[in-house]
Ligand binder design. Structure first.
Ligand SMILES: Nc1ncnc2c1ncn2[C@@H]1O[C@H](COP(=O)(O)OP(=O)(O)OP(=O)(O)O)[C@@H](O)[C@H]1O
Length: 886
């Protein structure tokens, strides 16, 4: 951590509590609670880290303020609830010190702002008087410290005086009233009992305030130990001291904020829900009435059943409406959430995809979003419904028979506590199950998307076993979940039926009492209603308990969703990105070092420096794993270097507008990936293009001929990753895709894959055409490419081993010469010549050594001669027999 910048503006930001932010303006230059410094790594977007002190929400000043607010509320409620309105008005109009508490209420209302103000200033001056151990150079100077301490004392004194005055008043008033009560003064009319309570409460509260004011000085000192330093990057994300974003926490509240746009639908659904719940709550009452009516007369029975039917009809209409609104809200919510989540994922930096598996990310999009959707809509509606149903039923049960309800309620706490424990348990097992299922999903995704590789290695059984293992694991957890759920369901049933039996017994006794004496006990109809309510309450509790589990699962899913949603791409974005007037293709690597974030212990590039002039063709060669592709990835700015600079046209690549820059650059890789759409759409992937432009690009890339041979021409679908095209065809479409961008800088990873001679010739010709008039950086595998390059850079283990033209490097008798010799010695004709291809400047297999062919010495590797494709080695410093070219 390197402090660089003391924010010497006139404001000092002090974050107080979790969600309280206090901005204090002051004219003290050298004091700041809000400091910023740069991280050692300047490449991250979060390199500018700000630190702030946070004070806990549960602290003295908050407690004091809450107490004052509660005190005032209690006093006012006691005052307002004292007697009828006439008595109340009398107390104000004919105010009497010993008969009225009007003065107490007014004082308690007035003291709220006074206390709040004093407590606020006391806390503020205390905070300002603290030194900062984080940065002693920014500590408060002595004069200011004294000043703040003096102010702090002044506020404590004011608090004590205020509390003392209020206490004295309360005590005097209380004493007067007590004296009159004790002396049984004839002139004293006994006041309403809530007024007595008000006076007593006032005395107790004022004593408490006096004590709190007295200890406020001590409590304020504790603030210094309670404060916590928190760090934020320039995006406002909380980070640790090294600048890494902290894991996101999720809460149900955050989830509901996410569902805000659906508030209208949810409110409409909730209204319908209220009506349906009311219907369900009233219905049992009518069941009882039906029983009693049946015992009276047919007319009574018909009328009661008709009313019941009408009530049910209304309930059904609103039930339809409720279900429609909530389902619609859920669908809208999940669609939006998935879009947001996908956007957030695709915006992440490439390093993120090095460590996060595709299958897992797809799972977040599919199943986690589903869980969350269920929680905020369906589960939420069920929660409200069952809660209302339980409350409504209980109220009606009290109304029907309080004693019977008491019997039932004795069992409720046991059920609720078990439900909570059950929810926790289910949440834990549910999360495990989700994780295992996600693993299974990833394995399946991997296998299915690489079906050709799986089949060519006869890997069906292996893939099958891998997937089976994952599913078996999830099944084992599922078994536990089933047992837990089953046993808990059994326990709940036992409790519910136990409650019903108890109610039945006691209710039966009351019905029996009623049959003996109609003035006692209850009727059979009332018992029926009561039993139905009991069932309703028991069912409500049972369903609520399962909802708790669902909510907890949703919280688990939302933690993962928010971690993705809130994640800011860890790539530096300049506040004013630059767009150059033109991209000449001039590139300079200045002492660039790089380590992949996913493998921090291995430095891949070590202080690499080179220049590429505009219009040059630069070939990167070297042993496998040396770092050639990494150089290309850094130029594409998939990653930022850890040290050094990459200059594009003299400007730091990090300062350029990334979207603009990438539009000027095109990449053709060895094994290009096409998208599962038409050829036309694949060629125009980088930008909107007319059909003429597409045709022109395809012609340039030698693709036009073969595309026309397809029945559907440019509308032919290429299949997933272009699987319906041959290797050479895919490469030519990829070249067309690059050409249509008319890039100033072309990045090429020359194909080494086995193409037939004709196809290879066509690809090579297209590549050569594409290279004309552009700056090109090519990871070269062919001698012909290297020979025609303006500059050859030999990269070995992250260093530039050699640099120069082909001829210069050959003259050096170094790594490059070895490399060329290996290629030349690699072209041993094999028995099955038709299937084999020319050598490769960066292949590995330690194979044969043969006499160089004349064609190859000429650099003409595309003559149609066939050589062993893997007959060439360069693997670090492996020694091989060298044939001196001379
Ligand atoms: N995404 C990645 N995460 C971690 N390490 C990586 C990543 N990509 C490459 N590496 C490692 O970086 C080193 C250089 O790899 P790079 O692909 O740049 O070599 P290369 O010279 O292009 O090799 P090849 O010619 O075989 O393609 C290798 O050790 C490789 O394992």
């Amino acid at each position: 951590m390197r402090p660089t910048d003391n924010q010497n503006d006139d404001s000092c930001e002090v974050r107080v509590g979790e969600d309280t932010e206090v901005l204090i303006n002051q004219n003290v230059d050298d004091l700041s609670e809000n400091r910023s410094y740069s991280r050692a790594d300047p490449n991250s977007s979060s390199s500018q880290v700000q630190s702030r002190y946070w004070y806990p929400a549960m602290r003295f000043s908050v407690f004091f303020r809450v107490f004052i607010a509660v005190d005032s509320l209690v006093t006012v409620v006691l005052w307002l609830s004292g007697g009828d309105s006439e008595y109340f008005i009398d107390n104000i109009e004919k105010y009497h010190f010993r008969q009225s508490v009007f003065d107490v209420a007014v004082i308690s209302l007035l003291k709220v702002p006074l206390y709040f103000l004093l407590i606020h200033h006391l806390e503020r001056t205390t905070i300002l008087s603290f030194d900062s151990p984080q940065n002693p150079t920014e500590s408060v100077n002595r004069i200011h410290k004294q000043l703040f301490i003096r102010q702090q004392k002044k506020y404590i004194a004011l608090l004590c005086i205020l509390s003392f005055l209020i206490f004295s008043f309360a005590l005097v008033k209380g004493s007067f009233i007590l004296k009159q009560v004790l002396e049984q003064d004839v002139e004293f009319h006994s006041i309403h009992r809530t007024y007595y309570a008000c006076v007593i409460w006032n005395i107790v509260a004022s004593v408490a305030c006096l004590v709190l004011s007295g200890v406020s000085g001590l409590a304020m000192k504790k603030l210094q130990n309670q404060r916590v330093m928190r760090y934020y990057n320039s995006l406002g994300q909380e980070v640790d001291q090294s600048g890494k974003p902290l894991a996101t926490t999720a809460s149900l509240y955050k989830l509901f904020v996410l569902a805000k746009p659906e508030a209208g639908l949810i409110v409409a659904g909730s209204f319908a829900l209220l009506v349906t719940t009311a219907v369900q709550t009233i219905a049992p009452l009518f069941f009882g009435r039906v029983v009693d009516a049946a015992l009276k007369s047919m007319a009574d029975l018909n009328r009661t059943v008709m009313i019941l039917l009408l009530i049910y009809l209304g309930g059904a209409v609103f039930s339809l409406f409720r279900s429609w609104m909530f389902t619609l809200a859920g669908q809208r919510f999940v669609a939006r959430l998935r879009k947001q989540l996908f956007r957030s994922i695709v915006l992440q930096e490439i390093a993120f995809f090095d460590v996060n598996r595709t299958g897992e990310l797809c799972n977040r999009l599919a199943s986690d979003t589903q869980e969350v959707q269920k929680a905020v809509t369906v589960n939420m509606s069920m929660l409200c419904r069952y809660l209302l149903q339980i409350i409504g039923s209980l109220v009606l049960m009290f109304y029907l028979n309080a004693a019977l309800t008491g019997v039932l309620l004795a069992i409720v706490p046991v059920v609720s506590l078990s439900a909570m424990q059950y929810g926790k348990f289910v949440r834990k097992i549910g999360k495990l199950l989700q994780d295992r299922l996600a693993d299974g999903g990833t394995v399946a995704e991997e296998a299915l998307s690489s079906m050709r590789t799986v089949k060519s290695f006869s890997g069906e059984t292996k893939a099958d076993m891998l997937y089976s293992d994952c599913i078996t694991e999830s099944y084992k957890i599922g078994k536990k979940l089933a047992l837990a759920q089953g046993s808990m369901d059994g326990l709940f049933s036992l409790l519910a039926y136990g409650a019903i039996s108890a109610v039945l017994w006691y209710g039966g006794k009351l019905v029996y009492d009623n049959s003996q004496d109609p003035n006692t006990g209850i009727t059979a109809g009332l018992l029926t209603s009561f039993l139905l309510y009991t069932l309703q309450v028991a069912m409500g509790f049972a369903l609520l308990s399962s909802l708790y589990g669902d909510f907890m699962q949703a919280v688990g899913a939302s933690v993962r969703i928010f971690a993705l949603l809130d994640r800011k791409p860890d790539i530096f974005v300049p506040s004013n990105p630059l767009i150059l007037s033109s991209l000449t293709g001039e590139i300079e690597f200045k002492n660039v070092s790089f380590t992949y974030p996913s493998r921090p212990e291995t430095q891949v590039l070590k202080g690499m420096s080179f220049r590429v002039e505009p219009g040059q063709v630069v070939a990167l060669v070297g042993p496998s794993g040396g770092g050639k592709s990494t150089v290309v990835s850094l130029i594409e700015r998939f990653y930022d270097p850890n040290e050094g600079e990459i200059l594009i046209g003299g400007c730091d690549l990090k300062l350029l507008d990334l979207t603009w820059f990438r539009q000027q650059v095109a990449m053709v890789s060895q094994e290009p990936t096409l998208f599962a759409c038409s050829i036309k759409e694949n060629i125009a992937y980088g930008r909107e293009a007319s059909m003429d432009e597409i045709l022109e690009a395809a012609k340039q890339a030698n693709a036009h001929e073969f595309v026309l041979q397809f029945e559907q021409g440019y509308d032919t679908l290429v299949g997933e990753r272009g699987v319906r095209l041959s290797g050479g065809q895919k490469q030519r479409i990829a070249i067309a895709r690059a050409l249509i961008m008319n890039p100033s800088l072309l990045l090429l990873d020359e194909a080494t894959s086995a193409l037939d001679a004709e196809s290879e010739y066509l690809v090579q010709e297209a590549v050569e055409r594409a290279m004309k008039g552009r700056t090109v950086i090519v990871i070269a595998h062919r001698l012909s490419t290297v020979r025609s390059a303006h500059k050859v850079i030999v990269i070995d283990r992250g260093h530039i081993a050699e640099m120069g033209t082909h001829e210069e490097l050959l003259a050096q008798h170094g790594v490059y010469k070895k490399l060329v010799l290996r290629q030349l010695t690699a072209g041993q004709p094999t028995r099955n010549e038709d299937e084999e291809k020319p050598g490769d400047l960066s292949q590995r297999s330690p194979n044969s050594h043969v006499e160089p062919s004349t064609d190859r010495e000429d650099g003409n590797l595309n003559s149609g001669n066939s050589y062993s494709n893997d007959g060439f080695v360069f693997d670090g410093d492996n020694s091989v027999d060298l044939i001196d070219l001379k």
